[in-house]
Ligand binder design. Structure first.
Ligand code: SPD
Length: 388
């Protein structure tokens, strides 16, 4: 597949984001003619030179915040959350103090519907034009007309392995055809128990892939499906060493050999092992049973106080060079089409960052659970994690 269109290719699997077909989204608004002189003079900023951002851990390039602070004279307070549930609780409680938060699009659909975000003002974001319109069309599946969400990064939840450790632990048993067997099938997980299995720690991360593995819709709304997923998970519970949504150091430090984790994070751990001269190969696998797509997005909470500063940061993030840095440094592409020529060949050629057509076709589309099924989702996960 041509590298330049790899980001576009992912679009095909994102379509089912909310199970309905959306009208094509209008091309991003071009900056109004009158905006040109203002842009040259710099964006409008709030009197208070502060910006509070709430994002996932290990999800921003090294210099992004410092560069923004220097250029705009704004002090950025940057906090992190480990799962969508934690972000959701903050938003629902209100007065979070954050000016930009980074929900996963499918999960964030109900936050839009609940009025927790204010619309983005595209006239304040000239670099919005850098975004790939086809990619934005897919986000419109959860955010009609792209009113609230601006892409941060995307990837997929998958099985990662420490190849040498897994091979040793399997002791001659061949790798399964479907990599999910390593973490969901007791025949394999019982063998990997000794070298350590790590799972992401949240209901909305584990249940979609577990549901899919047992042949149910990843975002099922049927309590019976959760029962089936819960029964499967109960059988492997004793083999899981650690639940963590910040597993990069644990992977690189050898605390586990098989992981249910995010593609980019597993690649970051792989880079870290190489940088420190480690010999083990850390690999995010591309399961024949599919990885689960996610798209994380920037949004402005409805009660945000520094809305102009938030727009200035979103515009800064959407610069082509910053989009490229997200892929080059963090192993997460961003939906920024203008960034593609600046992405390093070694990153473009990594088939676990920019997937082949065949692997793309196998991805499980992104989505979200309704508020109604949340109690079943949480109860299934908590019962599994408690182990009884
Ligand atoms: N290093 C953090 C990467 C954040 C990934 N967000 C994943 C959301 C999946 N539902």
């Amino acid at each position: 597949m041509k590298k330049q269109v790899l980001v576009l290719a992912i679009s095909a699997v994102l379509l089912a984001a909310c199970g309905k077909k959306e009208e094509p989204v209008a091309a991003p608004a071009a900056p109004a003619p009158a905006a040109a002189p203002a842009a040259a003079a710099g964006p409008v900023l709030d009197d208070e030179k502060v910006l509070n951002i709430y994002n996932w851990p290990d999800y921003i390039t090294e210099n992004m915040i410092a560069d923004f602070e220097k250029e705009f004279g704004i002090k950025v307070n940057y906090d992190t959350f480990e799962n969508n549930e934690a972000l959701h609780a903050k938003l629902v409680a209100g007065n979070s103090g954050y000016d930009i938060v980074v929900p996963t699009a499918g999960f964030g659909k109900k936050q839009i519907e609940g009025g927790l975000y204010q619309p983005i003002d595209r006239s304040k974001i000239p670099n919005y034009a850098n975004l790939d319109p086809e990619f934005m069309e897919k986000i419109a599946g959860v955010d009609p007309e792209n009113k609230h969400f601006v892409p941060w990064g995307w990837g997929f939840t998958t099985v990662g392995i420490n190849k040498q450790k897994v091979e040793r632990a399997l002791g001659g048993m061949p790798m399964p055809e479907n990599a999910w067997d390593l973490v969901f099938n007791p025949e394999y997980s019982s063998k990997l128990r000794s070298c350590g299995i790590i799972y992401l720690d949240s209901p909305s991360e584990i249940l979609p892939v577990a549901l899919h593995y047992v042949g149910k819709p990843a975002y099922s709304e049927n309590p019976e499906d959760f029962k089936a997923a819960g029964e499967m998970l109960a059988k492997v519970r004793k083999d899981i060493r650690l639940f963590s949504s910040t597993m990069i150091d644990d992977i690189a430090g050898g605390k586990g050999c098989a992981f249910v984790g995010w593609s980019g994070d597993i690649n970051i751990a792989a880079d870290r092992v190489k940088e420190t001269g480690g010999k083990d190969e850390i690999v995010p696998l591309l399961p024949t049973g599919g990885g689960l797509v996610f798209i994380d997005t920037m949004a402005i909470p409805k009660d945000a106080k520094r809305v102009n500063n938030a727009h200035a940061f979103i515009d800064f993030f959407l610069r082509a060079e910053n989009g490229a840095a997200m892929a080059n440094e963090m192993n997460y592409p961003t939906g920024n089409k203008a960034a593609l020529p600046m992405i390093k060949d070694e990153v473009k050629d990594n088939k676990t960052i920019f997937l082949s057509d065949e692997d793309t076709a196998r991805l499980i589309p992104t989505g979200g659970f309704s508020t109604e099924i949340s109690s079943v989702l949480n109860a299934t996960y908590n019962t599994f994690k408690r182990g009884r």
